[in-house]
Design a protein around this ligand. Sequence first.
Ligand SMILES: [Zn+2]
Length: 284
Amino acid sequence: MQWSSGNRDDIQDMRGRSGGFGVAHLGIGGFLLLLVLSWVSGTNLFSLLGTGTSAPSQTGGTTGQVASSPAEEKLVDMVGAVTKDAQDMWADILGSRYQRTKVTLFRDAIQSACGFAQSATGPFYCPEDGRVYLDLGFFDELSRKLGAPGDFAEAYVITHELGHHVQNLLGLNERASADRRTGATSASVALELQADCFAGVWGHAASQPGRAAAGKVELDPGDMEEALRAAAAIGDDRLQRMATGRVMPERFTHGSSAQRVEWFRRGMETGDPRSCGVGAATTR
Ligand SMILES: [Zn+2]
């Protein structure tokens, strides 16, 4: 993937502020258990517990000193470039219905409007404040533990979360929250697959030649495979098998590997959000 560095307008950098606060009273056993369960279920169980009430609130603004490496700064530039590029695309598609957001970078833990979150929760979107939250350490997990390296795999993760922002702006998630079903057939899994498809729609846009010369993100040959590998790597069936040795479709939160691949590919091939199952809602 090619991108130009230096544009961080769409990033809120909280790496120098966030820290492992507010969890001591949980006890280390309960803490570890919650980490594992949050990871397997895709739900931030810390926020359900309400541990956020004891964490200091963050008031925004600029951060203090950030201890970082050149490699990490390059990652920040990539996140900035991808976020800007994808948001430019959604602004083109949705016009005035699109409101730009920011990706908040944090380390270890953060207080969002959706509660206190640990890095182990993975990247997430908070509908309450309309922001994407990302600990760059997740990309290490994706690469080493889950076997899905590469910058376009990382871009897929970012644009999936931005897909939830689009759903929020269009009210698609509200419709789904009325659905009480859980597991593989639930509306929440359908929303996740739609976010995968939206990520693919951006992948389609980024695959057009000549973009790099115009300062935009442009895919390289092989990038598509990278993202498909990532989609397969974070399917519920694979994560469950890794964690427990069993597959439990009734506990699916994001869809199976095959489904995630299918929906990402659908967006990537059509480049049209209407193919992502939302009908006229995404046309101007
Ligand atoms: Zn999601």
